[in-house]
Every structure is written in structure tokens, then in C-alpha cells.
Design a protein around this ligand. Structure first.
Ligand SMILES: C[S@@+](CC[C@H](N)C(=O)[O-])C[C@H]1O[C@@H](n2cnc3c(N)ncnc32)[C@H](O)[C@@H]1O
Length: 220
């Protein structure tokens, strides 16, 4: 691992981490970070409620999906996830939903989406270089005028994991290690411009446990 944000095989390490995590522990992390009450979805929902096709990237155990459904979202909802154990869980928890087993980094949807949701620090799980490339890849999967929401901690990680440098974070557990790179707002903005997004906005908010977080809104 280097300070430039290159994290060789990080993605594979994180893959194993999510294969082994128990869902109640995953849910406990949501509570610790204050993501368990869906404040991110409360903010995003008015901007997407009329959308016909929403895709959630890295759906996990379905935290955000559950809030979207509770709010009565009635458009088409497609979940992207790569970990087989999570997919099994999602299938049982949300039987009618479409689930695609694929890697966000190489996403090639068979359609263009109105909205892509990449929430609860999903972007952090890629190296800096992969973040830039993936924002470009996601752009291709959106309709013109489509929206990409990227949710992340603002400036620093405060609860789950520890900083090994200003931007690299590690969470070591008995079942595996999660490695993450926290991009600065300037880096995400630069990725957005490079990919061709026509507008970039930052929405700052505080999680239920009062952590500073941000939702980046990128419009194609
Ligand atoms: C922190 S969880 C976020 C879950 C969900 N988005 C939410 O807001 O509650 C990250 C999820 O993204 C998945 N993930 C990480 N990297 C991925 C990748 N490259 N392709 C697909 N899924 C990925 C993980 O397996 C995990 O389930």
C-alpha cells in the first residue's frame, strides 16, 4: 500500500471481508456510524422519488433499499452486489427485486439508469485510481440528465476503522481486514469533471450519531 492511494488487491481483501461478515455485525456498524436510520435516504428521496429506474451499487444487506421501499418508491429498483452471501440474503429479504451479481468497477448495465446510488462509503473501497476509473464507468451507465449519488464520510473517518495515514483507513477484525481510501471533496469533483458530468454538488449532513458526512450529487 502506498500513500498515493494505490491499494494492491484491496478490492479482493474487502471481498473476503464481506463474504465472512455476519449480518447482525454489519447492522451494528450501521448503528455505530449512524447510518441505520436512513438519514441519507431522507435527503436523497425527494430528488429521486419520480425516477423510473434506480440502481443501488453495492447493496450490502439492503439497508438503503429497505428505506426506499418504506418511503413507497414504486419505480424499478435494481440492486448490484458482488458477494454471493449478500446476494443470497438480499434475495430472501427482498424477493421481488432484481439483483445483478457484478463488480461496480466494470459495471455494464443492459440499460441506462435514471439514478445510481453509491452509498455508505462505497467509493472508499476502491483505490484512488479505481475511484477515478469507476466514476467514468458509472457515467456510461446513466441516461443524459441522470444522477449519481456518492455518500461518504466528510474529511475524516471517526468511528469504524482507524487511519493508517490521512486518507487510508483499515478495519481489522477476526474474520478479515477492510481497507479504504477516503477521497477528498476536490478529488471526487475532479473525477466528476474528468468523467464528463455536467454538474457537481456537495450536500453536507450529520448522521444519526452526529458524524459529519457528505452526499456528492453528480449530474450527467
Ligand atoms: C458499506 S456496504 C454499503 C451497503 C449499502 N450500499 C448501504 O448503503 O447500506 C458496501 C457494500 O458494497 C459491496 N461492494 C464493495 N465493493 C464492490 C464492488 N467492487 N462491486 C460490487 N459490490 C461491491 C460490498 O460487498 C458491500 O456489501
Amino acid at each position: 500500500m502506498t500513500l498515493s492511494g494505490e491499494m494492491p488487491s484491496v478490492s479482493e481483501g474487502n471481498y473476503e471481508f464481506y463474504r465472512r461478515i455476519q449480518i447482525p455485525i454489519f447492522q451494528h456498524y450501521a448503528k455505530l456510524t449512524g447510518m441505520d436510520t436512513g438519514k441519507d435516504i431522507d435527503i436523497i428521496y425527494p430528488m429521486i422519488e419520480k425516477s423510473t429506474l434506480v440502481v443501488e451499487l453495492g447493496a450490502g444487506y439492503g439497508r438503503s433499499v429497505q428505506f426506499l421501499l418504506q418511503k413507497g418508491f414504486c419505480g424499478r429498483l435494481v440492486l448490484v452486489e458482488r458477494v454471493p452471501e449478500m446476494i443470497e440474503y438480499l434475495k430472501q429479504a427482498f424477493p421481488p427485486l432484481e439483483i445483478l451479481q457484478t463488480d461496480i468497477r466494470y459495471l455494464q448495465l443492459p440499460f441506462q439508469a435514471d439514478v445510481l446510488l453509491w452509498l455508505w462509503s462505497g467509493i472508499l473501497e476502491l483505490s484512488r485510481q479505481e475511484q477515478t476509473q469507476t466514476v467514468q464507468q458509472l457515467y456510461k451507465n446513466l441516461k443524459k440528465g441522470g444522477l449519481l449519488f456518492i455518500e461518504a464520510p466528510y474529511q475524516r473517518i471517526q468511528v469504524v476503522g482507524s487511519h493508517t495515514s490521512e486518507k487510508l483507513i483499515k478495519l481489522e477484525t477476526e474474520w478479515g481486514t477492510l481497507t479504504a481510501y477516503l477521497p477528498s471533496p476536490e478529488e471526487v469533483e475532479s473525477d466528476a469533471r474528468l468523467a464528463g458530468f455536467s454538474s457537481f454538488k456537495k450536500i453536507l449532513y450529520r448522521s444519526q450519531t452526529d458524524l459529519e458526512r457528505v452526499i456528492y450529487l453528480l449530474t450527467k
